[in-house]
Design a protein around this ligand. Sequence first.
Ligand code: 13P
Length: 270
Amino acid sequence: MRIPMMAGNWKMNCDNDEAWDLASAVCDEVEDVENCQVVLCPPFTALSTVEEAIEDTDLALGAQNLYWAESGAFTGEVAAKMLLSCGCEYVIVGHSERRGRFGEAPETGELLTVFGDNDATVNKKVLAALAADLRPIVCVGETIAERQAGQTDALIRDQVKAALAHVKAQDTEDVIIAYEPVWAIGTGEVCDAKEANRVCGLIREVLGERFGQESAQEMLVLYGGSMKPDNVRGLMAEEEIDGGLVGGASLKAESFAELVRAAAEEKSES
Ligand code: 13P
């Protein structure tokens, strides 16, 4: 039985005061909710603040990125061990905003390569996270151009397989996949629940081919992209969707708590 998860990706929002207030308010709001793992992923600078705010609760802490080396001359990067020392249990890996899909400049290409993660670096980060006992939340998803060209399924298959290369069977329970169609992120244009379910099912199929059906059935597959209180129940009612990776709606405690409650309730009813 998979316990649902609702992870808030705060992206580049919240200084330390704001992070304290938001994390504390989320704790108050979801205090009584059972059957949903809540994960808060603030910016690096607020990790320790949020760790303190969620102390003595069942909430967990996640980071938004990591670098695969243990230490060294990598200015501006952060290693798995450093995240652990801030209290992280989770780390988001390969978000589309880091896979060079940030911004809207296809003609010049400039913004699209700012962060430059790709399938190979995502795999290195996944392996580094697992080696340090951090649970990676691995993001995959297609752009609107890829969807319109009928490439969604092949691309998702390739992204999942590449991200999980060399992952050992005993580590599968620590891996979470998030299906985040790029065109649904921050646009208000949520993916149709049946279609999101179909793609999450495809992801589970790939996990099954890679690690066996039994393991695949235990692994969490989340949906992310304009998940909001008014669409969450439709998504969470779907069999293959085990929770959400949430941007905008995770920045208000009340709306995030609504998502958490919806996940807990829809999954306990099924
Ligand atoms: P939104 O919920 O703002 O669409 O962002 C989704 C996302 O990118 C979470 O990682």
